[in-house]
Design a protein around this ligand. Sequence first.
Ligand code: SAH
Ligand code: SF4
Length: 365
Amino acid sequence: MSQALEKNQDKVNLLGMDLDELETLMECWGQPCFRARQIMLWLYHRRVASFDQMTNISKSFRTELTQRAEIRFPKLVARTQSQVDLSVKYLFELTDGQQIESVLMYDGDRVTVCVSSQVGCAMGCQFCATGQMGMIRNLKAYEILSQLMAIEADLDGPKTATNVVFMGMGEPLANYREVIKALRLMIAPEGLMVAARKITVSTVGLVPRIHAFTAEKMKIGLAISLNATTDEIRTRLMPTNIHYPIREVLQAGKEWAQTMRRRVTIEYVLIRDVNDSLTDARRLRHLLHGIPSKVNLIPYNEIEGVQLRRPSVEQVERFRQQLADGHYVAPVRLSRGNDISAACGQLRTIYNSAGFVLDSSSNIV
Ligand code: SAH
Ligand code: SF4
């Protein structure tokens, strides 16, 4: 480990701290309590990169801050833009050398940032590139938050995203504490001030954690990755189904929807000859009966080394129509960034792996 890095680790990282933590720190450092709020506004509203810019703080305390604290951002290693839909995949390096990916997507007026919550994932879904990496580690709240901040700083024009989705690498509810902390900082008035309703957390379906999330009563959206209509097929695709089978997962989703008076999003990845039959579509309708929900159909993005295939456009349409006949409006979500492996389930940090084509004009920073 380099000396600089060791020195850095002696410093307290203020990014990712909430008001309580900053107040405690200020108290320890013999500073008045109001400094905490001042620093918070510099960090999350003005988004300064150095203590020198915190001009309403005395010069002597700014010097002290420079010596004792830091504002730690992940290093932006590469940026790759899709030639098809302009979405951008960002590769970040964390202090310990681990790498994560985040994606910026455009859809009409919507600017969505898709963030990662873990390096790798322990859930082992057969169809998912991140699942193939295995679990490396949880991200800290500041590492989650800083993906959004770094991408927003990189935007041309308006410097804020309209939507945030936790659909990057990892299972957010398996990293519960840090994800909730990041969410709180995203929506706090002294934080990034993202509208809670514009944030969606996507889960593989960890039932006890869905209950805990419901109890938080945060106005954040919930998406459940269902991806099958029988326990047999779901268990084959998603090993967590052994512990949390379809009915329990959907029941937890229903309770969330009823408590929050919102529709739960059901994500359904369509895989050829596995879960894309019209019988599946009918069963899906049946399963969702009485659950305030909306379905997103995601044609499978093929992954290197995995034998699963994407259904034909016609089959996707037949499946969608079968749901529509039962009054379920289920938009087909064509993943953004397919040509740069930035689409759902394609995120894994094998740098320069197939499909992660470096575009020399815009990506290296
Ligand atoms: N762990 C969470 C969030 C990350 S995955 C979850 O599983 O929900 C985000 C979404 O991508 C999930 O709905 C998942 O089913 C989907 N996905 C994963 N691999 C995919 C692939 N290869 N093609 C299309 N969608 C995929
Ligand atoms: Fe993990 Fe979600 Fe991928 Fe499953 S789909 S392996 S839960 S990231």
